[in-house]
Design a protein around this ligand. Structure first.
Ligand SMILES: [Zn+2]
Length: 547
């Protein structure tokens, strides 16, 4: 018997009692919350199908009786509010985490998830959260990206960091540590070209540079720092083990020459440290104790620990989680940059992107991103994120809060025979709320699509009255009946809405939108949620959030 037998039975019974049948795929999905591993799917599916067959033969009464015994198994799991699991931090004096972005891109949802995981655990254990810009590649980093990070991640997600530092400010410290490694005969200057280094690493063979003595290496290191070598002609490599199965351990390069102006230090430095080297040092000297990171860094940990051992630096508690993959959108920085430059995209906040600034401009609240983390949890397998997940959470959060308005696309004016003389009505702001707003009734417009679909029928103009809709419409009654209800606009204001495909739709909105402020979220009834972006020459421009 498999260890999920009881759970399977409970879910199949529940499904039969609720829907009169059960689907193995849906039952399977439930088992993941009970800890089912993906690799066991193959074994578990026949079990589920067998159980469905068994239970389908039971009478409803028998199903009810059995479910009565097992129901707690289901209920508990489904109704439990999702929060992140505890981490055992008892070995740590204090929880200190860090957010360590390289300022070489605009951050997208996947990055945000990683930052937030660290931040949320810091809050949970009342620790400190440090922000560290890993800016030691002058070819890629810039102030533009530092600013974007502060705006998109720190401000938007409301992350309160205890301090901010720039790794490039520690260059002399890195040089000292490098010298220490050379003096310990644990690092050497290598003059081999990139191809040769790669080939020898692949073969697990050492190059001749590895055998030079300490004195020679120290002299060469000085020359490197003094700029006597050209880019690509020399590197500092750490002595590892050229036969190690983990190729990262095969004498990785820890410093290389880059002759490019740095956004923060100009041309002061020519030799720049590589990721594993500065990372190992910074985590220790900053007093970081807890690191949550995706398991794609797994292989690098060995090298970083090796560096820490050689330099007598503290290690951290590392908690790994599955990588976040973002679906449906391109997240490749270079690709996006090209599309922005060629004006195919509006910018880094284009609604076709899943950068944080795009999400923000569309009206995705920060609470949604936090809730997304709670729902996903700390899982070891890769997680696919798509916009639908965000939209469904965001909708639940904003729907009760935001007012509803009318927007009409491609408006046509109604001509109504016997139109009652109503000058103004009290229009409900939301079906679940009592408040209303005053809406003037003069010339009436509806969307040409509603006209096309409902022509010849009796319809209700929402909260107003009923008409027989036609080229010449006719008033029928005031009573609320079970007939199609459509939005209308009187005294409309010109409105444009930027859709997720980058195209604009145009129409008119009711006059009340003039009371909105920029950034306000509203729902255009029967159209979707939108965020007011700007008022451009008296045209109201919104960005579409989601349905
Ligand atoms: Zn070499």
């Amino acid at each position: 018997m498999n260890k999920f037998a009881k759970e399977i039975e409970a879910y199949v019974l529940k499904s039969y009692l609720e829907f009169g049948d059960a689907h193995s795929g849906k039952i399977l999905a439930k088992l993941f919350q009970h800890g089912l591993d993906k690799k066991n799917i193959k074994d578990i599916m026949p079990e589920i199908e067998k159980k469905i067959k068994e239970i389908s033969k039971l009478s409803k009464k028998e199903q009810e009786q059995q479910f009565e015994i097992l129901k707690d198994l289901v209920k508990e799991q489904e109704e439990k509010e999702k929060t992140l699991p505890e981490i055992d931090v008892s070995s740590l004096k204090k929880v200190v985490t860090r957010l360590a972005p390289e300022p070489s891109k605009y951050n997208h949802l996947g990055h945000a998830m990683s930052f937030l995981l660290n931040y949320i655990y810091t809050k949970k254990y009342k620790g400190k959260c440090l922000l560290r810009f890993e800016d030691t590649n002058p070819e890629k980093v810039s102030q533009e990206y530092v600013d974007a990070m502060l705006q998109d991640v720190i401000n938007y997600l409301d992350i309160k960091v205890d301090s901010i530092k720039y790794v490039s400010d520690d260059m002399s410290l890195f040089y000292n540590y490098a010298e220490e490694l050379i003096k310990k005969d644990k690092a050497y200057i290598c003059f081999c070209n990139r191809d040769k280094v790669q080939e020898l690493r692949h073969k697990g063979k050492e190059c001749e540079c590895r055998n030079k003595d300490i004195k020679n290496n120290l002299e060469e290191w000085k020359k490197l720092l003094d700029g006597e070598y050209k880019e690509g002609t020399a590197t500092l490599r750490i002595k590892g083990d050229m036969k190690n199965k983990n190729h990262v351990m095969r004498d990785s390069v820890i410093f290389r020459i880059i002759n490019k102006k740095h956004y923060r230090h100009g041309t002061k430095y020519k030799v720049w440290p590589m990721y594993d080297f500065y990372n190992a040092i910074e985590d220790s000297i900053m007093g970081v104790t807890l690191i949550l990171r995706s398991n794609e860094f797994d292989l690098r940990s060995e090298l970083q620990d090796h560096i820490k051992d050689l330099l007598g630096l503290e290690k951290q508690l590392i908690v790994q989680y599955g990588r976040f993959n973002v679906l449906d959108f391109t997240t490749k920085g270079r690709e996006i940059r090209d599309l922005v430059e060629s004006k195919t995209l509006i910018g880094w906040d284009d609604p076709r992107l899943i950068t944080l600034r795009a999400l923000k401009r569309r009206g995705i609240t920060k609470e949604t991103i936090y809730e997304l983390i709670n729902q996903i949890g700390l899982v070891k397998h890769p997680v696919n994120l798509d916009f639908n997940m965000i939209a469904s959470i965001n909708r639940k959060i904003i729907d009760p809060k935001v007012d509803r308005y009318s927007f009409i696309q491609d408006q046509i004016e109604l001509e109504i025979k016997n139109q009652p003389k109503i000058k103004e009505i009290n229009y409900p702001i939301h079906p679940d709320k009592k408040e209303t707003r005053k809406v003037k009734v003069e010339n009436l417009f509806i969307s040409s699509e509603d006209f096309k679909n409902l022509k010849g029928k009796e319809i209700r103009l929402l909260h107003l009255f009923n008409i027989n809709l036609d080229k010449k419409s006719e008033f029928t009654s005031l009573e609320i009946k079970n007939i199609p209800k459509i939005n209308w606009v009187s005294k409309g204001l010109k409105t444009k809405i930027l859709m997720p495909d980058g195209k604009w739709v145009e129409g008119i909105s009711e006059e009340s939108i003039k009371n909105l402020k920029i950034d306000d979220l509203i729902q255009f009834e029967r159209f979707g949620f939108v965020r007011l972006d700007r008022i451009n020459k008296s045209v109201y421009e919104f960005w579409f959030t989601h349905k």
